[in-house]
Design a protein around this ligand. Structure first.
Ligand code: FMN
Length: 151
């Protein structure tokens, strides 16, 4: 069964709620194994055991949150050395922008390298039921694409 790894970094809990919603959506897709891991706890072995990576983090000071950047920095060499190019997707939480985090994350992922399977989803403002529903759909769409082998 293909496995999706959802890695998240969250300070206030906003990104954590979006990650939980994405996980529920991914599990709902069926036929896929879903793992959820904090960025601080995730390493290369978790990435290498996955068939797709969903990254959930905030924009902080116009950039990708430090915890998520740390995860990508730590895993860059050990994952890159294996020569695997995983499909990935970005789910971002932001106060009112998110473009800086998206741009930085996309630059990092293009050099990692990872293959962006979906357009990034930026959730602006406090996490509402509507944003949780969007995150759930995003997780479901990513998992369904992996399960069908189209990513
Ligand atoms: C130090 C800091 C810097 C932030 N910088 C930005 C920013 O540049 N652009 C933006 O849209 N939101 C910014 N925000 C708001 C967060 O992106 C937003 O509150 C997000 O939901 C936080 O998610 P998290 O608490 O799960 O990490 C910032 C928040 C903090 C704490």
């Amino acid at each position: 069964m293909p496995r999706v790894l959802i890695v998240y970094h969250s300070q206030s809990g906003a990104s954590a709620r979006l990650a939980a919603a994405a996980r529920a959506g991914a599990e709902g897709a069926g036929g896929i194994d879903v793992a959820l891991c904090r960025a601080w706890d995730a390493g290369a072995s978790e990435v290498l055991a996955a068939d797709g990576l969903l990254l959930v983090a905030a924009e902080n000071s116009g950039a990708l949150s430090g915890g998520m950047k740390d995860f990508l920095d730590r895993t860059f060499y050990p994952v890159g050395e294996q020569g695997r190019v995983l499909p990935c997707a970005l789910l971002l939480s932001a106060g009112n922008d998110g473009r800086g985090a998206r741009q930085q994350a996309q630059r990092i992922l293009s050099g990692y390298p990872m293959r962006e399977a979906l357009e990034p989803l930026i959730c602006r403002g406090p996490v509402t039921a509507r944003l949780e529903a969007l995150a759930r759909e995003f997780g479901e769409g990513f998992a369904a694409g992996l399960e069908m082998g189209i990513f």
